[in-house]
Design a protein. Structure first.
Length: 131
């Protein structure tokens, strides 16, 4: 069924089916083909290809303005969370702060931002955000 969706130009639908089957590599390729680099990166994370996922997120945020839109903010959040997992809390905090500039993404950015700030030793700043 996924191949039929992809053949008809419905890459996003085919990607979701590939994810359900656990074929995250194919899902990533199909999400990329559909133009959803954040979903592509998430599929790469599920496939264990963390550095490739990071590259997808970086590509998704390339050229975004100082005030990101909701789609760019989602990419900054995904990138920040992954950077935190990779032991890079300073880079994670920078990405999550950038995501938090977009009002509808602020709440989703705050929890991982608090974790990054705690890891960096900024407990007071983390507590202020958590309030």
């Amino acid at each position: 069924a996924g191949e039929a969706f992809a053949a008809r130009g419905h890459a996003a639908d085919a990607a979701l089916l590939a994810e359900r089957r656990g074929d995250f590599q194919l899902a990533s390729e199909l999400h990329r083909k559909a133009g959803d680099l954040v979903a592509s990166g998430r599929a790469l994370e599920h496939a264990g290809r963390l550095h490739d996922a990071l590259a997808a997120y970086e590509h998704a945020t390339a050229g975004s303005s100082a005030e990101p839109d909701a789609q760019a903010a989602a990419a900054f959040i995904a990138r920040g969370r992954l950077l935190l997992r990779l032991g890079r809390p300073l880079d994670a905090a920078r990405n999550l702060q950038r995501a938090a500039r977009e009002p509808s993404s602020r709440a989703a950015a705050w929890l991982p931002l608090v974790a990054a700030l705690v890891e960096l030793g900024f407990q007071e700043a983390a507590a202020e955000i958590a309030r």
